[in-house]
Ligand binder design. Structure first.
Ligand SMILES: Nc1nc2c(ncn2[C@@H]2O[C@H](COP(=O)(O)OP(=O)(O)OP(=O)(O)O)[C@@H](O)[C@H]2O)c(=O)[nH]1
Ligand SMILES: [Mg+2]
Length: 225
């Protein structure tokens, strides 16, 4: 990049983030007025975000009226999977809006527009599968969880630190696969701790249900603003 482009690019990025911050504040106000908690679920492609929500939503059903806003670059596959849990699910396809590799607060606002907020306590956002960009955008959420599957490698928290730094919880997913892998779970935990010393870590399997209860307890404990 030439020196000429540098400052202009910085200015543009600053404007994009400032516009996002205003939209995030609007979301926060709307959610506060409706008494809704918003939880953003991030993670790389295939980490198990949708599977985690498919396992989580029915188990919270008695305690929380839940809906989901899910972002993908293309397809409504995840929206259809999540709607099958019986809760309202809004699919955001970013290809229709420039192909963003993350959700922005304005996209989430468009998702909230399509929900009956008066009939909800909890909205999950499943962010676009990406361990980098989603972490840069405030959505007006109350908490953020990053999902990392045991097949992705112990070093990922060190290589993609921002997602782990901004996370309020880390879900280590697919632990049912551990007998087939050589992954060092101790090293993975230590790497998460190097980036975020105090973050709660939930090791679980959406497939077998093992380890889900502490994650559900954490979710139940999140309060709105
Ligand atoms: N064995 C096992 N497989 C899982 C588990 N969770 C998810 N998977 C599988 O991992 C693959 C990806 O799962 P998804 O839930 O689609 O992952 P995702 O993070 O939502 O993917 P994107 O939204 O495309 O980024 C699928 O084949 C799932 O069946 C689990 O706990 N155990
Ligand atoms: Mg998904």
């Amino acid at each position: 990049m030439s020196q000429k482009q540098g400052p202009r690019r910085v200015e543009l990025v600053t404007k994009v983030l400032a516009a996002n911050e205003r939209a995030a504040e609007d979301n926060r106000r709307r959610l506060r007025e409706a008494g809704i908690v918003l939880i953003d679920v991030m993670g790389g492609p295939g980490a198990g975000k949708t599977a985690l929500l498919e396992a989580t939503i029915p188990r919270l059903a008695a305690a929380r009226r839940t809906a989901v806003v899910v972002g993908d670059i293309a397809t409504a596959n995840d929206g259809e999977r999540l709607a099958a849990t019986g809760v309202p699910a809004v699919q955001i396809v970013t290809e229709d809006m420039g192909g963003a590799c993350h959700l922005e607060a304005g996209f989430v606002a468009a998702g909230l527009d399509r929900l009956d907020l008066g009939a909800l306590d909890l909205v999950f956002v499943e962010n676009v599968g990406n361990l980098v960009c989603p972490a840069e955008f405030d959505l007006g959420h109350h908490a953020r969880a990053v999902v990392l599957s045991v097949t992705e490698g112990e070093d990922k928290p060190l290589k993609y630190p921002l997602a782990f730094r901004v996370a309020d919880a880390v879900v280590v997913s697919k632990i049912d696969l551990l007998p087939h892998l050589t992954v060092d779970l101790g090293a993975l935990r230590a790497n998460i701790r190097r980036i975020n010393a105090k973050v709660p870590i939930f090791e679980l399997s959406a497939r077998s249900g093992e380890g889900l209860e502490p994650w559900l307890d954490w979710l139940r404990g999140i309060r709105g603003s």
